[in-house]
Design a protein around this ligand. Sequence first.
Ligand code: NDP
Length: 278
Amino acid sequence: MAQLIDGKIISKQIKDELKEQVTAMKTEGKEVGMAVIQVGKDPASTVYVGNKKKACAYIGIRSESYELPEETTQEELVTLIERLNRDDAIHGILVQLPVPAHIDEQAIIRAISPKKDVDGFHPQSVGALSIGQKGFVSCTPAGIIQLLKRSNIEIEGKECVVIGRSNIVGKPMALLLLRENGTVTVAHSRTKNLKEVCKRADILVVAVGRPKMIDASYVKEGAVVIDVGIHRGADNKLCGDVDFDSVEPVASAITPVPGGVGPMTIAMLMYNCVEAAR
Ligand code: NDP
């Protein structure tokens, strides 16, 4: 039976560590502040924003909430971000994505000061990661590194295969595994012989965005399997990109969905915000 990598427990550990640090910072007169901006009323975004605000409250981070109407212009949003960039009481700025179609997402990401870019999406943060310099790292892949490290899974020297090359998961994941001295292959929709490539992996990170696509036929005996995907099935149940029931007997360790990678993303967002305040 595979070891279950429990993101609920590990994310709670991280949040509790942060809570202690934030409490200590408060005794030195420093309060950590985060601005959370949502444009429009997309129901999924409202849930994500709510969870982020809850996590702030748990840790003791002061969160400022900006719920802007759907018709907010790009200029108005940039003006708000620029004001928050100058506000010393705000250490992290989070704009919940996606923004409505009339707003250029990249322009919004670039408007956020790299010093307050707690999502790690700014080109300067991405560039810093790729040349091995300090900067904020995209929260989901950063959370996966924490899941591996805190489960005592060694990355150094391991064959790591990442399925997916998106800017928010696949690419930063590959760079982080490389930083940890893994031997990294990135697979995508044009990869030939995907099964053979995946079967080389000691650590297989699946961010393919297709429900239950990866079954045991993609997985080497004893591999560690990290499932980034999150989907709601017709039965209203959540599932990942990995067919858990098929893969679990083959893997040495695996993340469940829900309760694996998902809870780590918010924990790492909080981590980035506390780092920003330091
Ligand atoms: P994207 O859709 O942006 O990227 C999917 C990637 O998978 C692309 O690089 C694509 O290749 C590749 N791909 C698609 N189909 C195939 C295929 N048949 N064979 C091989 N590769 C394929 O998704 P994201 O990276 O944003 O997200 C991935 C998953 O993770 C989603 O399920 C998403 O919901 C989830 N997610 C979960 C988070 C969490 O907190 N748990 C956070 C973010 C995402 P190509 O580039 O060639 O098109």
